[in-house]
Design a protein around this ligand. Structure first.
Ligand SMILES: NC(=O)c1ccc[n+]([C@@H]2O[C@H](COP(=O)([O-])OP(=O)(O)OC[C@H]3O[C@@H](n4cnc5c(N)ncnc54)[C@H](OP(=O)(O)O)[C@@H]3O)[C@@H](O)[C@H]2O)c1
Length: 317
């Protein structure tokens, strides 16, 4: 298959490229940055230098690649974490999920691509009522914290337009990433004891090893009908459970505990929600319809060995 990957030099793209190449696919890898071209070649792809927000340039690059499938992995999440101004932190990512998706979808359809795979997110977008674990049939949050409204709207946008497009449109909602190159910021906060458990720590998180994000994306190239799929591990867990475990796994002191009022004052409503109210996600549909299994089924094994490793220990999973 000929595959065009936008956002190819990011955390997920760098895992995806070698797997695609190993499976015999011919890959065009897009970046904005000419300095990354050599690295993309090393990973076995044909580089294309293009800005995902430039409709003409995207159209030309995709047309030149003549892809059977197009993969959208463009995000702009590498900066500092600012939970209080969540939508501001996600502003470029939100544009990539709206305008960036439009440009790439139009280019894919014009070039005759049959399949389009886009990145979304699962965890905080879930409705924060009812049971602790949500499926794709559950609604998204009708009343998110004020600072997350634009980001949720961008997620709703990509999840609406991609499956409705005139090709096979798949949206993969990845859980919270960890793994090589994907959890350094989180681990750094924990080492500095700057990630306290707020309130009862009853927020439920669904994690995903970055390597499993790549294998799910590859599975989605050939399996599954148009729609939205949660791509997470088998082990949704409360903050009060995973955060002390992760602290111990990285040799940090146990996380501090702060009351909700103090958490709200120090870090804002989004942080309080993430620590106390968000829901986890079920991967049953992805397993059933994409034929995908996480190699890292639990963050327990993952945080112990998978922060720096891509493969689980033999017999561990
Ligand atoms: N589900 C999750 O938890 C999740 C999802 C995504 C990312 N993350 C985390 O966020 C951190 C940063 O992610 P990342 O390394 O993937 O970097 P990133 O900064 O989020 O960028 C990903 C890719 O998007 C591309 N991009 C950004 N703006 C673009 C634009 N205007 N046009 C075209 N491409 C554009 C970048 O391409 P260029 O090569 O052009 O710079 C980059 O390769 C990592 O720790 C990662 O694990 C987490």
């Amino acid at each position: 298959m000929r595959v065009f990957v936008a956002g190819a030099a990011g955390a997920i793209g760098q895992r995806l490229l070698p797997e695609l190449v190993a499976q015999g696919h011919q890959v065009t890898a897009a970046t904005r940055n000419p300095a990354k071209v050599a690295r993309l070649r090393e990973l076995g792809a044909e580089p294309a230098v293009v800005d995902g927000l430039d409709a003409m340039a995207v159209g030309e690059a995709v047309a030149r690649a003549e892809p059977d499938a197009v993969v959208h992995q463009m995000t702009a999440l590498a900066g500092d974490t600012d939970m209080r101004h969540f939508d501001r932190m996600f502003a470029v990512t939100n544009r990539l999920r709206t305008r960036g998706t439009d440009h790439l979808l139009a280019a894919a359809a014009a070039a005759g691509a049959k399949r389009f795979i886009a990145q979304s997110y699962t965890g905080w977008p879930n409705i924060r009522q009812g049971g602790p674990v949500k499926t794709e049939d559950d609604p998204l949050d009708p009343d998110p914290p004020a600072a997350q409204r634009e980001s949720l709207a961008a997620i709703e946008y990509v999840e609406r337009v991609v499956p409705a497009a005139p090709l096979q449109g798949i949206v993969l909602r990845y859980g919270a990433f960890y793994g090589p190159g994907a959890s350094d910021a989180l681990v750094d906060l924990i080492r500095k004891r700057r990630l306290p458990i707020i309130g009862d720590g009853a927020g439920v998180w669904s994690f995903l090893h970055i390597s499993d994000a790549a294998t799910a994306t590859i599975a989605a190239l050939e399996h599954g009908g148009p729609g939205v799929y949660n791509v997470v591990d088998d082990d949704p867990a409360r903050v009060s459970e995973w955060l002390p475990f992760l602290a111990q796994a990285v040799g940090a002191k146990p996380p501090l505990r702060v009351p909700v009022w103090l958490g709200r004052l120090a870090a804002g409503e989004v942080a309080v929600s993430a620590m106390t109210r968000i829901r986890g996600s079920s991967n049953a549909r992805a397993k059933r319809e994409l034929g995908w299994q996480p190699a890292w089924p639990s963050w327990r094994e993952g945080f112990s060995r998978g922060l720096s490793d891509t493969e689980p220990a033999r017999g561990a999973a």
